[in-house]
Design a binder for this molecule. Structure first.
Ligand SMILES: C[S@@+](CC[C@H](N)C(=O)[O-])C[C@H]1O[C@@H](n2cnc3c(N)ncnc32)[C@H](O)[C@@H]1O
Length: 228
């Protein structure tokens, strides 16, 4: 999966950095697994420049089988993402929705999303930095433990991820990944694999792949529990 050309809309969206490139590497490592899953509806939250979605689209979109929806709180992401798609000669741009996480889409996507990708604002900061008017600060400021946006993300995806759906989430060690894994496990979203990890400057970053357990499997487990 080659690194796409990208636009930052003249510096108004997050410039792809070590975290973006590690996520790309993780997705490249898993590309065959993702293709085999044949995801119909793919969602990138916090699309920024569009570097991640354009790389995936090259392999899953156009002549493939996937439809991409992207969101961001930064209105410039729509411009940047479209430019990024043009730069890479990708004809079909994704749907880009300006919204907090998936707030305006949640009711429409109910249990229908096959693939979710998120490189969140994960840097630990004071909580007030998240409320900053500066859109670029919102790209990285993650509040206490860097978890403010990540924890909200978990709450919202529960309702939209399809059975057997895949979730790729980038975290730093400071986000306490074990705690994130535990929270997701409680809602039937299991850690599949630590896809890739790397020390980037002073950060230890990891890309995790989660999978939503099928409801049927849950029913069976409940059945087994009842019997025993
Ligand atoms: C670390 S950047 C990642 C950008 C791009 N996906 C990449 O990997 O280079 C995080 C992105 O999430 C967006 N973002 C921050 N908070 C958000 C929220 N509550 N809902 C949607 N997007 C958000 C930011 O504007 C930014 O574009």
């Amino acid at each position: 999966m080659e690194t796409p050309f990208y636009s930052t809309a003249n510096g108004f969206v997050y410039e792809p950095s070590e975290d973006s490139f590690l996520l790309l590497d993780g997705l490249e490592k898993d590309l065959q697994l993702i293709k085999d899953a044949r995801p119909t509806i793919c969602l990138e939250i916090g699309v920024g420049s569009g570097i991640i979605t354009s790389a995936l689209s090259k392999h899953l979109g156009v002549n493939g089988f996937s439809y991409f929806i992207c969101t961001d709180v930064n209105p410039n992401a729509g411009i940047a993402c479209k430019e990024t798609f043009n730069l890479n000669n990708l004809i079909y741009s994704p749907e880009i929705v300006l919204t907090n996480l998936i707030d305006s889409l949640e009711h429409r996507l109910q249990s229908n999303v096959d693939l979710i990708v998120f490189n969140p604002p994960y840097v630990p900061t004071d909580d007030c930095e998240i409320e900053s008017d500066n859109l670029l600060t919102k790209s990285w400021a993650g509040g206490i433990k860097g978890r403010r946006v990540i924890d909200k993300f978990i709450e919202t995806i529960i309702n939209v991820i399809a059975d057997d759906g895949l979730i790729y989430l980038l975290l730093s060690q400071e986000n306490q990944p074990d705690e994130v894994i535990e929270i997701l496990e409680k809602v039937n979203i299991k850690l599949d694999e630590i896809v890739i990890k790397r020390k980037c400057l002073n950060e230890h970053l990891i890309v995790l792949r989660f999978r939503k357990k099928k409801s049927q499997q849950l029913t069976q487990s409940i059945g087994k529990l009842k019997i025993s």
